[in-house]
Design a protein around this ligand. Structure first.
Ligand code: 5GP
Ligand code: ZN
Length: 141
């Protein structure tokens, strides 16, 4: 348990939440500040900061529950679609520094929008970026 971490407290049952699922590894509950009705969070019980900090086997167990959770959430609010987001770092809009997936149900006209100013990847940059990222992966393993 990380000192002062609100999600550690929720995982330990020390702070209440509207829980939808729990097992030995994880808890899922409604977001207290939903961007749309049904906005749900999924967290490991153990404290990891985000995707940059979590062991592969932990995140793979947690993400294995996402299809079940997302299907249940969107069916209740009668949405045909959803985002599954994992903000990692303050620059990426992470405000609670305990790993969490957001499940955000989506339907046309729901008033929620994610800005996505798509650019254009040119072949030279694409080749170089792909090579650098592949090399970085080999260095860190
Ligand atoms: P982030 O910006 O870190 O990706 O998202 C953190 C989310 O946690 C926000 O959507 C916020 O509304 C939610 N949140 C923060 N504190 C609490 C809390 O005490 N209880 C619940 N249920 N959600 C919380
Ligand atoms: Zn925590």
């Amino acid at each position: 348990m990380e000192e002062g971490c609100i999600f550690c407290k929720i995982a330990a049952g020390a702070v209440p939440c509207f829980k939808i699922y729990e097992d030995d590894l994880m808890v899922s509950f409604l977001d207290i500040g939903p961007v749309v009705l049904g906005h749900t969070l999924v967290i490991p019980k153990k404290h990891y900061r985000n995707v940059l900090d979590v062991p592969a086997e932990v995140i793979s167990s947690i993400s294995g529950r996402l299809p079940m959770l997302a299907r249940a959430v969107i069916s209740v609010v009668q949405a045909p679609a959803c985002h599954v987001l994992l903000n990692s770092g303050v620059e990426a809009m992470q405000s609670v520094h305990h790993l969490h997936y957001h499940i955000i149900p989506r339907k046309y006209g729901d008033g929620f929008g994610v800005p996505w100013p798509a650019g254009q990847l040119d072949a030279g940059t694409g080749r170089q970026m792909a090579a650098e990222i592949t090399a970085a992966m080999h260095q860190s393993h």
